[in-house]
Write a new protein. Structure first.
Length: 267
């Protein structure tokens, strides 16, 4: 280990020990997650397979907890409502077609499905367990007649979806669990499926300091990194200041196609 890395390692270890001493109640759940992380990392090399297994493990305990750290149903409903109200304020119309990436158990999706015309909601997710829970939400909310599309996916190339088809693409709390290559794959392909004038909103865990990840589950990015990644694929990104005023810890970026280049898949 070089001296800079050793110093950084010592600082990070000291920080972790201080944090643990100050928050003793957080140590057992962290230790459980660390053990699970070590085991699943041995089993799965690929991030999607790894995170799918994390979701299966979380969903076995509670699907509400699997899509958000706080397992209360009130908080689940509140976060879903916040996403919905925000997009309606920003111009979502019933006739729009919407793609929700990482739709989860339809915390917000149930409101989008209800609001949009039949067949206009497409939810994709990497977790079969979560998609079963999403179907339960459709049944519980009596939304069958709205014919939502709920599809399992293995990547974010959207290869099975047609060109220029979605007015709104939405991903809430998905890039906060995604390594850079997954985000880049999404940004390289999303322009192709966006309808003219369409946009893609996503939230992310923002850091002003060094980018880092915790237990391969939570990823922290600088805004500039994501803005530059979007630009690389012909997309312009706008930081959504009004989202910052809402009671939510993540930030939001909105990307839209600036050139025809975004509509053709870039490498
Ligand atoms: C924290 S949950 C949020 C779910 C939903 N967006 C919401 O706000 O309730 C993250 C969801 O994204 C899914 N997910 C994570 N990585 C994904 C990826 N690369 N592609 C599609 N779905 C993904 C997970 O399976 C999970 O259902």
């Amino acid at each position: 280990m070089g001296s800079t890395r050793l110093t950084r390692y010592r600082k990070s270890l000291a920080h972790q020990v201080t944090y643990a001493l100050r928050n003793p109640d957080k140590v057992p759940p962290y230790a459980r997650r660390a053990a699970r992380d070590a085991w699943l990392r041995l089993k799965y090399r690929d991030h999607i397979a790894y995170y799918r297994a994390v979701m299966a493990s979380d969903a076995a305990r509670s699907t509400e907890a699997a899509v958000g750290h706080n397992p209360s149903r009130d908080r689940w409903a509140q976060i879903g409502r916040m996403q919905f109200d925000y997009l309606v304020r920003h111009g979502l119309k019933p006739q729009h077609r919407m793609l929700e990436i990482g739709c989860g158990n339809l915390r917000a999706g149930r409101l989008f499905i209800d609001y949009l015309e039949s067949g206009h909601y497409y939810g994709i997710d990497i977790s079969p367990d979560i998609l079963i829970a999403a179907q339960d939400t459709v049944v519980r909310e009596g939304l069958q007649a709205k014919l939502p599309h709920l599809t399992l996916t293995d990547d974010l190339t959207f290869a099975f979806l047609p060109d220029a088809s979605f007015d709104v693409v939405h991903a809430h709390s998905v890039f906060s669990h995604s390594p850079p290559d997954v985000i880049e794959q999404c940004l390289a392909h999303v322009g192709r499926v966006l309808a003219p004038g369409g946009f893609f909103d996503f939230t992310f865990d923002r850091t002003e300091g060094r980018e880092h990840q915790v237990l391969h589950e939570d990823f922290y990015y600088r805004t500039d990194t994501l803005v530059e990644l979007a630009a690389k694929h012909g997309l312009s990104a706008q930081f959504m200041d009004d989202w910052e005023k809402l009671p939510h810890l993540q930030s939001k970026l909105r990307v839209s196609a600036v050139s025809e280049a975004a509509r053709t898949v870039s490498p």
